[in-house]
Design a protein around this ligand. Structure first.
Ligand SMILES: CCCCCCCC/C=C\CCCC(=O)SCCNC(=O)CCNC(=O)[C@H](O)C(C)(C)COP(=O)(O)OP(=O)(O)OC[C@H]1O[C@@H](n2cnc3c(N)ncnc32)[C@H](O)[C@@H]1OP(=O)(O)O
Ligand SMILES: Cc1cc2nc3c(=O)[nH]c(=O)nc-3n(C[C@H](O)[C@H](O)[C@H](O)COP(=O)(O)OP(=O)(O)OC[C@H]3O[C@@H](n4cnc5c(N)ncnc54)[C@H](O)[C@@H]3O)c2cc1C
Length: 669
């Protein structure tokens, strides 16, 4: 029996009516422009209305069915992109709303950018058009079974043979097997492979090579190549749609011109020539993707928050007096204090992601003009923001699941799958701890340069104010004083600088810089987090300085910005107190102010998540439905489970009936 009574429409109408701001204008602030709202909306609806892109039974598919479904969706998406002559912007959004990890993510997200970033113009002319037309499918094969974080430790070799003008690509050990590349397992025909370049008997370290893996006629692996999928991953559905792969080379020959030669070259004679560019540009594709991952964090977090806010407005528990209505769980202060900082974080990550995109574009333009001065900062910002936003988002999705009580644990809530898909973001594209240590290294370098009088710039410019920031005391006297951006910025700057200087001083006491860094690494992580949080807070304040249009929009964003900053202050109170930036009393005032801000957000909460403008298809959650008609949807969804296809379950005859009918009795009974 699967029938349910029909629900009423828009159970959240009352919530929407209490909003104090123009939701359409907030959509523009969130998306970045009116054009962005329009194109997002159009692509989301295009996907939602196409039956091929349905995903409501995804978690019930077997791995093989899921993978085939992913191939079907990718091919259909491509067909629609071509038929409708979509622009690159539209095509990217269409893929985003299809919302199923697959080989295309790595093809467009890493294979093409690697060739564009590290290939010569000639190589780009040859390979990029084929990739753009899907005549070849590519992946990014860097990580190996034995080494991922330590890129310099990769073992795969590419040895130049001057007799044939070829490289011989080889996997010398089991641990040198490529392991993890998405799209490699079953779909890719080509890969950008990272391997140690050996020529004239010398090892020149890691370089990129384009290697064909599979026949373009029948998709079979080429001679000398062993490859396959690495196996099932965390969660049902989720990232199992992706064919993360294993790859081994047995002396596979490729032409010399398939080494990506923009940064360094091997001549016909086998001479190694390095161009006049920093060798770290080899890591350029990772920097590019880390930047996109920050924007993705706000997407994933806002989805989870949208589900949790809408459901919390529908769900009622306790508080009924004499048969009166129960209390919406969103009215509980504990629910607000857990949920609203996540709502604020979604907005914060959205705006810092926007800024990071700008920074990345700016750095790329400078690189074109052979100005490499901003590369270290770009690396530190992308690494740090990738790390902080993905860790917080993964935790936040799990918190949203708990905020939805028992129903959050159902696949139909959308939250388990969202978590399972999202959580590897803390590991891929650089383990979050490894990346934070890169930020710490950058900070220690900056601190050491302060002594020599070098003025720090960009996101470390605040460190130049060292005389003041090392000794300042917050002047906050009332809870309301914490609404002053200057008061917040000052304590975040002082905390970050003091933590960095403390680390630098303690490192200098160690026998060597290296030993000191290693010994102090847990503190260095916290110092890096403090610096990155300062960046996020600062960029939110800077966003508020921009021209923000629409009734009440700026006020809402101000509230969210203050919540984001004061929530961090409350969470990391120990840092602020131990560095002497604030007093315990000031910490308590910040908390008092937070409570007031939550009360101001409460009537706007549903409208603030509506501003994300997500379709029900994209949210994929019975709890997060736009109309709030949760219970009939939950009820109907249960009946779709394969277990409910029959009234009597498979296995009854073999295992249940004999048990129920058994004559044997325990002697003691
Ligand atoms: C719209 C498109 C979206 C597509 C998104 C698709 C998503 C699909 C999902 C998943 C894809 C996942 C793909 C992957 O995971 S690919 C593999 C990623 N692997 C890693 O990230 C490895 C991490 N490790 C490293 O990056 C490096 O090994 C390292 C940790 C940085 C250390 O490198 P190394 O040993 O060479 O260097 P040092 O620490 O000694 O540093 C030397 C100096 O170089 C500077 N540096 C390091 N990295 C960079 C960089 N990227 N850019 C610029 N500069 C860099 C470092 O700061 C040192 O500088 P110094 O001045 O101190 O000498
Ligand atoms: C879903 C998914 C998709 C992926 N896709 C791709 C892909 O398309 N292409 C590709 O090439 N790779 C891919 N990867 C691989 C990914 O980039 C690596 O797994 C990642 O870089 C982490 O490296 P690792 O696995 O070697 O972790 P490890 O470095 O082995 O990490 C293990 C632990 O050691 C710690 N650790 C490591 N080094 C240090 C240090 N110096 N100091 C302190 N702690 C340390 C880490 O913090 C972690 O806790 C993917 C991985 C996943 C999970």
């Amino acid at each position: 029996m699967a029938a349910v009574d029909g629900g009423e429409v828009d159970h959240l109408a009352g919530e929407r009516a209490t909003a104090h701001f123009d939701v359409d204008a907030m959509k523009v602030a969130w998306a970045g422009s009116r054009h962005a709202v329009e194109v997002n909306d159009r692509m989301a609806r295009l996907v939602a209305s196409d039956p091929v892109f349905r995903k409501d039974t995804r978690t019930m598919l077997s791995r093989k069915e899921l993978f085939k479904d992913t191939l079907k969706k990718a091919a259909h998406a491509w067909k629609r992109i071509v038929e409708l002559r979509l622009t690159e912007e539209e095509a990217n959004l269409l893929r985003l709303y299809v919302d199923q990890p697959g080989y295309v993510d790595l093809h467009w997200g890493m294979f093409v950018p690697a060739i564009k970033g590290q290939g010569t113009e000639e190589q780009q002319k040859k390979w990029v058009p084929m990739a753009y037309k899907f005549q070849i499918i590519g992946c990014y094969a860097q990580t190996e079974l034995g080494h991922g974080s330590n890129v310099q430790g990769l073992e795969t070799t590419a040895t130049f043979d001057p007799n044939t003008d070829e490289f011989v690509v080889h996997s010398p050990t089991l641990t040198s097997s490529k392991w993890w590349p998405g799209g490699l397992g079953k779909a890719s025909t080509h890969a950008v492979v990272y391997a140690r370049l050996i020529t004239q008997g010398k090892d020149y370290g890691i370089h990129g090579f384009i290697v064909q893996l599979r026949s373009l006629d029948d998709h079979s692996p080429l001679p000398g190549i062993t490859l396959g999928d690495i196996g099932g991953k965390f969660g049902s559905g989720a990232y199992n749609s992706m064919d993360n792969g294993v790859l081994r080379f047995d002396h596979v020959r490729i032409p010399r011109d398939q080494m990506l030669m923009r940064l360094s070259q091997v001549t016909r004679e086998g001479k190694y020539v390095h161009s006049d560019v920093p060798k770290q540009l080899l890591y350029g594709t990772m920097v590019y993707v880390r930047q996109t991952i920050v924007a993705d964090a706000s997407k994933a977090l806002s989805r989870a928050v949208c589900i949790a806010v809408r459901y919390s407005a529908i769900r009622k528990q306790f508080g009924s007096q004499a048969g009166g209505p129960e209390t919406q769980v969103l009215n509980y202060k504990t629910q607000q204090s857990r949920l609203f900082p996540l709502l604020a974080s979604a907005y914060a990550y959205r705006f810092v992601g926007e800024w990071l995109k700008w920074l990345y574009t700016d750095v790329m333009q400078k690189l074109e003009a052979k100005d490499y001065s901003t590369l270290p900062e770009a690396h530190a910002c992308t690494a740090g923001l990738k790390s902080v936003t993905t860790s917080a988002t993964a935790d936040a999705i799990e918190e949203c699941r708990k905020l939805c009580g028992g129903h959050g644990y159902l696949n139909s809530s959308g939250l388990p799958e969202l978590f399972a898909v999202y959580v590897p973001a803390c590991t891929y594209e650089g383990d979050n701890v490894v990346l934070l240590l890169q930020v710490a290294r950058f900070l220690m370098k900056t601190v050491s340069q302060l002594a020599s009088g070098k003025q720090p710039v960009g996101t470390t410019a605040y460190m130049g104010n060292i005389q003041y920031l090392m000794q300042c005391k917050s002047a906050v006297n009332t809870a309301g004083d914490w609404l002053n951006p200057a008061a917040i910025k000052e304590v975040f700057e002082a905390r970050a600088l003091r933590m960095a200087v403390n680390c630098a001083q303690n490192i200098s006491k160690a026998p060597s810089q290296e030993e000191g860094f290693s010994e102090l690494s847990p503190d260095l992580l916290e110092s890096a987090v403090a610096h990155v949080q300062l960046i996020i807070v600062t960029k939110f304040f800077e966003k508020l300085q921009q021209d923000i249009i629409g009734h009440g929009v700026k006020e809402q964003l101000q509230n969210l910005c203050n919540i984001y900053a004061l929530f961090l202050l409350h969470k990391h109170l120990g840092d602020f107190l131990s560095t002497g930036c604030i007093t315990p009393k000031q910490g308590a005032l910040a908390n008092e102010q937070l409570g007031r801000l939550y009360a101001q957000v409460r009537p706007n909460a549903v409208a603030l998540v509506d501003a994300f403008d997500y379709t029900d298809h994209y949210l994929s959650s019975v709890l997060g439905r736009y109309d709030g008609d949760v219970y009939p949807a939950l009820y109907a969804e249960a009946w779709k489970d394969p277990l409910n296809e029959t009234v009597i379950p498979d296995g009854y005859q073999e295992h249940l009936r004999p048990l129920l009918k058994q004559q044997l009795k325990f002697s003691r009974l």
